[in-house]
Design a protein around this ligand. Structure first.
Ligand SMILES: Cc1ncc(CO)c(N)n1
Length: 239
């Protein structure tokens, strides 16, 4: 590693550099009023139920996206780094998550079979679908994958910090994404993304095709954050 990539790795990697650069939108996605309302106990339960039904639809789409990332990892990396295991572990988590959504929906009286995706959800799912294409680079896809998981991890972990008023009946929801194991999984995804982004940055220095990949990864990362904000807005009923 050398030049720009080395510099960035020294500061914590390409991703942290981008998060500093796009800090406001990152805060917007991870400290959204919907999350802050859970955290201070003022959440409106009809918003919560709306989020639950919509997120179930999103997660089903996300499973397909995860499968596409797994295929890219298998094709594009020699897997000496164990990328496919990390992604497969994430998919096992999604399998549990779907069962959990069904259980939670029946607990809250949300009828999943009658839930229709709202506009923000449709747009987010369409965005994911566009990234499932084999033309999309593994580096771009894994950066997006990390970002989607990391927003939930950061958001819900915030509700579990000491001195918060998260209602007891929502603690389990927050645990789902806010627990340490999920945090470590996100860290593993971030390491993979940083490794590939730094490689793309090195390729740039030696005049290969890294530039597009780096630019596209940054653009799509910002799009994820925007979609996440819209998703929370939709749940709160402000979109
Ligand atoms: C909208 C949304 N973003 C991220 C996640 C994390 O998996 C999720 N379940 N839903």
């Amino acid at each position: 590693m050398e030049g720009k990539a080395k510099e960035e790795a020294g500061k914590g990697g390409v991703i942290d550099t981008w998060l500093r650069k796009h800090r406001l939108i990152y805060i917007g996605a991870t400290r959204h009023p919907f999350i802050l309302a859970i955290r201070d106990g003022t959440v409106n339960y009809s918003s919560f139920k709306k989020w639950l039904g919509q997120d179930y639809i999103f997660v089903r789409e996300f499973v397909a996206f995860a499968a596409s990332v797994l295929i890219k990892a298998w094709k594009e990396s020699d897997d000496s780094e164990g990328d496919t295991e990390v992604i497969l572990g994430g998919m096992a988590g999604l399998h549990d998550e779907i069962a959990w959504f069904k259980k939670e929906a029946s607990k809250w009286g949300v009828e999943l079979s009658e839930t229709v995706p709202q506009k923000a959800n449709q747009l987010y799912c369409r965005f994911l679908e566009s990234l499932m294409s084999p033309e999309v680079d593994y580096t771009v896809a894994i950066t997006v994958f990390w970002a989607i998981e990391a927003v939930y991890q950061e958001s819900f972990a915030h509700c579990l910090e000491p001195d918060t008023n998260t209602p007891p009946e929502l603690q389990e929801v927050c645990q789902r994404w806010g627990n340490d194991g999920f945090g470590q999984y996100c860290h593993s995804l971030k390491k993979i993304a940083n490794r590939l982004l730094e490689k793309a940055s090195d390729d740039l220095i030696v005049g290969k095709a890294g530039d597009d990949v780096l630019k596209k990864a940054e653009v799509e990362l910002i799009r994820v954050l925007e979609h996440e904000v819209e998703f929370w807005n939709m749940s709160r009923g402000t979109a």
